[in-house]
Design a protein around this ligand. Structure first.
Ligand SMILES: Nc1ncnc2c1ncn2[C@@H]1O[C@H](COP(=O)(O)OP(=O)(O)OP(=O)(O)O)[C@@H](O)[C@H]1O
Ligand SMILES: [Mg+2]
Length: 342
């Protein structure tokens, strides 16, 4: 199975396989948008080039060829800025009435007309025909986005096996099978999400604006260096930079993420009487040096950067490389794993 994540800064592709219980990472590849566009991805207007139809199929073909990926069945991750996730309660009711009730409720939450969106939903607590309300987790995707991905897959010579919202993909890649209550934050270039996964089930997903490009821009401005140089300095020194002005500026920029984590975790605790036990970070910026420790110190909870490749077989020589790449690949891995399980 092939998993594809068309992100703002890069397109990432993985190819995985399963034999009995063993799972193998067969191949992987990515292409960053700065290798295609003259401007650095950080200078690119947010989103304006995220899905350029001319370039994406060509880039995908290039990666497949370069990484020697032969599999044609592919699952695509749909970025959170194209999807709408929410959860709500419906009264106890028989199985056959649930779909209608979900559709009715969805029309209250989703701003687009119902005929223009595709809904995917699941019951996350309660059971049909029971006596307690049912909690529904709903994902709505505009049909136009689905058509766009269908066209990309076709032009790239792939068979579109499935599509999935990024939030459910990263939850599967990083927290499937966990019994804990986890708050998973994906820090993207264009937007970020905070997701609550409880006992292996995604129960909440919130999207908010956090533009990670601002981190390098701040370093660039403070030091008077170009963006590529600033990006390197930021990734090496992070928020504990020996230059205190930079460290302080970066800490101020990441603090809105801490605020989101705190408020979403406490909202979950209030409504479900369950404490978030651990914080997981993913997305390229999860590797920002000092970020885990900063969050840990601010929230008093362990923050880790889990490895989406850890259950897979791969040549041991790749260990360090894959660990470093993991935050950027969790969406591609999540959709591919889901594809194997269908
Ligand atoms: N070692 C590192 N330390 C800190 N930040 C890093 C590191 N490596 C990459 N990044 C940052 O990660 C970001 C890219 O992350 P990612 O690949 O998750 O983005 P994306 O998936 O393309 O974005 P989006 O999901 O918003 O479309 C860039 O802003 C880059 O600066
Ligand atoms: Mg991404």
């Amino acid at each position: 199975m092939v998993g594809i994540d068309i992100g703002t800064s890069a397109i990432k592709i993985v190819e995985i396989s399963r034999w009995g219980k063993g799972k193998t990472l067969e191949n992987y590849g990515h292409i960053t948008s700065d290798s295609i566009y003259k401007d650095s991805p950080l200078a690119v207007d947010r989103g304006s080039r995220a899905l350029s139809r001319d370039f994406v199929p060509l880039a995908i073909k290039g990666i497949l060829q370069e990484a020697k990926i032969k599999t044609k069945e592919a699952v695509f991750s749909i970025p959170d800025f194209y999807t709408f996730c929410t959860s709500f309660d419906i009264p106890p009711m028989p199985q056959k009435e649930i779909a209608g009730a979900v559709q009715y409720n969805a029309s209250q939450y989703v701003t687009l007309p119902m005929k223009e969106v595709t809904l995917d939903w699941k019951i996350i607590s309660g059971a049909p025909n029971g006596s307690t309300p049912l909690k529904i987790f709903l994902v709505a995707v505009p049909n136009q986005v689905i058509q766009e991905y269908q066209a990309i897959a076709k032009e790239a010579g792939l068979e579109l096996y499935a599509m999935e919202a990024e939030a459910t993909a990263i939850s599967r890649a990083l927290a499937r099978g966990s019994k804990k209550t986890i708050c998973l934050m994906d820090i993207g270039v264009q937007s970020s999400t905070v997701n609550i996964i409880d006992d292996g089930v995604l129960k909440r997903s919130y999207s908010f604006n956090f533009y990670s490009g601002q981190l390098a821009k701040t370093v660039s401005g403070a030091l008077g260096v170009g963006l590529p140089e600033a990006e390197k300095i930021k990734n090496k020194d992070g928020i504990n930079s020996p230059n205190n002005t930079i460290g302080e500026a970066l800490r101020l920029l990441v603090d809105p993420l801490v605020v989101q984590l705190r408020s979403i975790s406490s909202e979950f605790t209030q409504s479900e009487q369950k404490e978030v036990q651990e914080i997981y970070l993913t997305g390229g910026t999860a590797n920002l040096p000092g970020l885990k420790e900063h969050i840990n110190q601010k929230l008093g909870k362990t923050a880790t950067v889990p490895n989406c490749f850890s259950d897979f077989l791969y040549p041991p020589i790749l260990e360090d490389k894959l660990r470093a790449m993991s935050p950027g690949f969790s969406a591609a891995m999540g959709v591919a794993i889901g594809g194997l399980e269908i």
